[in-house]
Design a protein around this ligand. Structure first.
Ligand SMILES: CC(=O)SCCNC(=O)CCNC(=O)[C@H](O)C(C)(C)COP(=O)(O)OP(=O)(O)OC[C@H]1O[C@@H](n2cnc3c(N)ncnc32)[C@H](O)[C@@H]1OP(=O)(O)O
Length: 195
């Protein structure tokens, strides 16, 4: 198995020194760099470049720069995807977003991790587990999502949360570690946010 095949099969792999993976990352970081230089008014250019960077997109999507990822081909976004500034996706593993996902500034989705023991970590070994986000999800500012997490559909993750375990459908979850504080119900449609 190549190191890339191991990475995609969720096995331990050499992330630091493997030539193929280094080249994949170099290529995508060049494209992210280009993306991050585009003018906000260049909507066509932004869309076209994001389509080149990401594995799969819907028709309607926007990521405010700067945006950085590791491979790009492992990221799939659904319809009406919006991310505010400073999105970082470490996509050694697959990262899949459903439809109508809104992401606030300074969020990170990290599929990869290193061994806890320094001997193997220093050899450049890594593992990557997929992250999945359902439909109709709002991720608050500064949220960090850890390897292997699934966030269900119709979910709100409060600002500043660190998501280390799966979050079920129809819930508001907050904190570090991120925990469900309540379900989202029909009652929520009656809340008025005017002050
Ligand atoms: C796409 C974009 O760019 S969006 C722009 C960026 N905006 C944001 O990131 C805002 C994110 N919003 C939040 O984090 C909000 O606090 C929400 C949506 C989670 C609030 O949800 P609600 O269900 O209304 O929670 P509510 O305000 O009633 O708080 C319930 C409890 O959770 C706590 N809580 C609320 N938010 C958080 C949070 N982010 N982290 C930790 N605890 C929190 C409250 O302190 C409260 O605790 P208490 O019961 O001990 O007093």
């Amino acid at each position: 198995m190549t190191e890339k095949e191991k990475m995609l099969a969720h096995k331990m792999y050499d992330a630091n020194y493997d030539k193929e993976l280094l080249e994949d990352r170099r290529k995508i970081k060049e494209l992210c760099y280009d993306y991050n230089q585009l003018r906000p008014s260049d909507e066509f250019g932004r869309q076209a470049l994001l389509k080149k960077i990401l594995g799969k997109t819907g028709k309607n999507f926007l990521i405010e720069p700067p945006f950085w990822c590791d491979y790009g081909y492992n990221i799939e976004i659904g319809e009406n995807f919006y991310s505010n500034h400073n999105l970082v996706i470490l996509d050694a593993g697959k990262v899949t977003f459903g439809d109508n996902v809104f992401i606030a500034p300074n969020c990170g989705f990290h599929t990869s991790g290193h061994p806890i023991d320094f001997e193997r970590r220093n050899q450049g070994l890594e593992y990557a587990y997929p992250i999945t986000v359902g439909d109709n999800v709002w991720i608050g500012a500064g949220v960090q999502v850890m390897p292997g997490v699934t966030i269900g559909s119709n979910v709100v993750i409060g600002g500043g949360s660190v998501v280390v375990r799966d979050i079920p459908d129809n819930s508001v979850a907050v904190g570090n570690p991120c925990k469900v504080i309540r379900s989202i119900t029909e009652e929520d449609k009656k809340t008025c946010w005017d002050r």
